[in-house]
Structure formats: structure tokens, C-alpha cells
Design a protein around this ligand. Structure first.
Ligand code: CMX
Length: 153
């Protein structure tokens, strides 16, 4: 269900949960094997997102609950990828944290009113067809903070 911004005063009403943390990895299959062998976690979803320059996989326990956090493994598609640049500068590791929302447009309006910069003027398409945007890390305590609104089921 979507809301009008005028109906919503408190962000926690439309920020649902921690959706995932994203980890930049040089090789997706090697990273998947690490989580399988060490923790018994499985690949829940895998896709290529050309626009974001990534091959990615969502990892978690087989019996993942609806609001349980997942791990997103992000491998660069090529050297121009944001993830390739991240790995070149900082090495593999935690690249982002993502909050799930049920109303990205209202949340974006709220954030901009707070003076928090978003990277994109309009939402882009992310994992599983979700609408996504990012808070600039300089405005979010040094964290690249993704916001995701999954498609309605
Ligand atoms: N986390 C925290 N800080 C970060 C960061 C990150 N992932 N990436 C960059 N920064 C910091 C840098 O350290 C730098 O700080 P200093 O100026 O103090 O050195 C500052 O932000 C600017 O960094 P930059 O290297 O000049 O800028 P980049 O060209 O690396 O771009 C960013 C940074 C966030 C704009 C870019 O990574 C971006 O557009 N990210 C969003 C898209 C994305 O990450 N896609 C891949 C995932 C796709 C998905 O989740 O589906």
C-alpha cells in the first residue's frame, strides 16, 4: 500500500527493516562458497545489473524470515564498475548498508527536507526489480546507505 506524504509524519512508519548489508567481492562464486562452507548460508537470489555494473547474490539462511537481514555479495562486471573502483581504493569489504521502505518517494522527500543528499534525482532499479536510491555517505555518517522499495507482491 502506498501513502501520501501528507499522511506520514514519522519516518519509522515507512522504514521497515534492515534489508541487507552489501559486501564488495572480487569473485562471486568464491564469496558464495565462503558463506556456505562457514555458515551454511545459501544463495537466495542472483542477478546481473548492468546499469549498476554488478553481478550480485543475496545470501542468507534457507528459512529466511520476511524481515530478516541478508548479505548482498557484489562483484564488479568490469573495471568501470563502482564496485571495481571501491575494491581498487579500499580492498574487498563492507560497501553499503540498505534499509527497506514501503514508500521510497515519501522517504526521499523527507530526507531531502532534512538536508540529506540522495545520489539519484529519481529512483533506479535494483535487486529483484526494487526501486532504489542511496544517501550520500558524507551525509550518512560515512556509510553508503541504500534505500530499497521492493515491488508489490
Ligand atoms: N562507503 C562509504 N564511503 C564511501 C563509499 C562507500 N561505499 N564510497 C565512497 N565513499 C567516500 C569516499 O571515501 C570519499 O571520501 P573522502 O572524500 O573523504 O575520501 C567520498 O565518499 C567520495 O568518494 P569518491 O571516491 O570520490 O566517489 P566515488 O566515485 O567512489 O563514488 C559513490 C562514491 C558513493 C557516489 C558511488 O560509489 C556510488 O554512486 N554508489 C552508488 C551505486 C552503487 O554503489 N552501486 C553498486 C551497488 C548496486 C546495488 O546495491 O544494487
Amino acid at each position: 500500500m502506498s501513502h501520501n506524504i501528507s499522511d506520514i509524519d514519522i519516518p519509522h512508519e515507512y522504514v521497515i527493516c534492515l534489508d541487507h548489508v552489501g559486501i564488495a567481492v572480487p569473485n562471486l562464486d568464491d564469496a558464495l562458497e565462503f558463506y556456505r562452507a562457514n555458515f551454511g548460508w545459501v544463495c537466495l537470489h542472483r542477478e546481473t545489473n548492468e546499469e549498476q555494473g554488478v553481478e550480485e547474490a543475496m545470501v542468507g539462511p534457507k528459512n529466511l524470515g520476511a524481515t530478516d537481514g541478508q548479505i548482498q555479495l557484489l562483484a564488479p562486471l568490469d573495471e568501470s564498475s563502482t564496485i571495481a573502483k571501491f575494491i581498487d581504493k579500499k580492498g574487498p569489504g563492507l560497501q553499503q548498508m540498505c534499509l527497506r521502505t514501503n514508500n521510497l518517494d515519501a522517504l526521499s522527500e523527507h530526507l531531502r527536507a532534512q538536508g540529506t543528499r540522495l545520489l539519484y534525482p529519481e529512483a533506479k532499479i535494483g535487486t529483484g526489480g526494487a526501486r532504489i536510491n542511496f544517501c550520500h555517505p558524507k551525509d550518512a555518517g560515512g556509510v553508503l546507505l541504500e534505500l530499497t522499495e521492493p515491488p508489490a507482491k
